[in-house]
Design a protein around this ligand. Structure first.
Ligand code: UD1
Length: 368
């Protein structure tokens, strides 16, 4: 029996951990899972709603760290996570993704010499101005088991001198959640509520500091979205940080007057899945959404200068277009002109809904 602490902290963690915890509960003769929530995200719309939608059990331990500067947040997670590890004495700790909670918990384990596995290891944007890139590189250096979603991630790790024995290609566990919840999301009425059912519409998400914290950049992106909304309705579920910045920079006016460019509250997992799965186009700076649109064959424009997920461009529907408004509008027009032909989407190998069981098998194999 392997005792495992599964760490969640922020919104993009929940859909990666849910299938792992579910598989551990199913394989209860082999695994005893605990869930620790650091509290990096705490609003119901950023956290609690995802536990409900994904059927994640209530956390066994909630650290309640909340927001702060990177140093404050990372340090607070470390200070509060260390006693939990000392008390619970797990055989493994599983961390996912690239948020501050991921690095903080991996670092605690490395110092206590408790084995730690990193799910979604090996992704690299090669852009050290992204806090997530720093979190990825450092977590992969100190984790004992690196569970990768795609072959490019294995190559990145090997190129950094990490030995092949520490690396296992398991596929994309976020796609386990997506495939499992697709039918259930069909019951969501979000398209009707937003009055886009049966129509062409676009969906936007933005939350990267590089896009939303600078007034000039954010205002240029909003001007591109306004232009695109002349062609089709654009729905923008805004991260709390983004909404705050739009208000601070005096940009909320672009979304007023019941026009075709609409700012809405962040959506839960099932409502958001229902919304983007029917979109003619998605524009985003998220990492996970690049993968989810690839899995479903929905055209995606990534409003960044780079991606740590190149397989979504090489195999999938993603295109990295930067932040120049004229280019965003041009790329949106050409993506919309290419009507989808109904053929099944091209999906990278092992994005098949069974990554969680491969993760558990890799843990068992290392335990022996
Ligand atoms: C974090 C992750 C990012 C991930 C994103 C998904 C890091 C470095 N960044 O960024 O990789 O893509 O989550 O959302 O870990 N806030 C709320 N309510 C909440 C959470 C945050 O209002 O529940 C606000 C606070 O003002 C906070 C700000 O959002 O200061 C930023 O939150 P934070 O967790 O620091 O980073 P994110 O931008 O969410």
């Amino acid at each position: 029996m392997i005792k495992v602490i599964n760490v969640v902290g922020a919104r993009p963690n929940f859909m990666k951990v849910a299938p792992v915890v579910e598989a551990m509960r199913r394989r209860a003769a082999e695994f005893a899972p605990l869930v620790v929530h650091t509290g990096q995200h705490y609003d119901a719309r950023m956290s609690g709603d995802f536990f409900r939608d994904l059927g994640l059990p209530e956390p066994d331990v909630h650290l309640g760290v909340g927001s702060g500067s990177h140093a404050q947040q990372t340090a607070a997670v470390m200070q509060l996570f260390e006693p939990v590890v000392l008390e619970e004495k797990p055989d493994w700790v599983v961390v996912v993704g690239d948020v501050n909670s991921t690095l903080a918990c991996a670092l605690v384990c490395a110092k206590l010499r408790v084995p730690v596995a990193h799910v979604e290891a090996g992704l690299r944007s090669r852009d050290r101005t992204m806090p997530e890139e720093v979190n990825r590189v450092l977590t992969d250096q100190i984790a004992d088991l690196l569970l990768t979603p795609s072959a490019d991630a294995d190559r990145n790790l090997l190129a950094e001198g990490i030995s092949a024995e520490r690396i296992r290609l398991v596929g994309n566990v976020m796609i386990d959640s997506l495939l499992k919840h697709l039918a259930l999301a069909g019951r969501s009425k979000v398209r009707e509520e937003l009055n886009v059912e049966g129509r062409d519409y676009a969906v936007v998400t933005l939350h990267r500091p590089s896009n939303v914290d600078d007034p000039a950049t954010l205002s240029r992106i909003v001007s591109a979205l306004a232009k695109i909304s002349e062609r089709l309705p654009v729905v923008f579920p805004a991260h709390p940080r983004t909404r705050r910045m739009l208000a601070e920079f005096g940009l909320l006016g672009s979304f007023e007057g019941g026009g075709r460019l609409r700012l809405v509250e962040p959506l839960g997992y099932l409502d958001f899945l229902r919304l983007y799965s029917g979109a003619a186009l998605v524009l985003t700076d998220s990492g996970g959404i690049q993968e989810e649109t690839t899995a479903l064959g929905v055209p995606c424009l990534t409003l960044r200068e780079n991606t740590e997920r190149p397989v979504t461009v090489e195999v999938g529907t993603n295109k990295v277009v930067g932040r120049d408004p004229a280019r965003i509008v041009r790329e949106a027009e050409s993506a919309l002109a290419l009507r989808r032909d109904g053929a099944p989407p091209r999906v990278p190998p092992l994005w098949d809904g069974h990554a969680a069981d491969r993760i558990l098998d890799a843990l068992l194999e290392r335990q022996r």
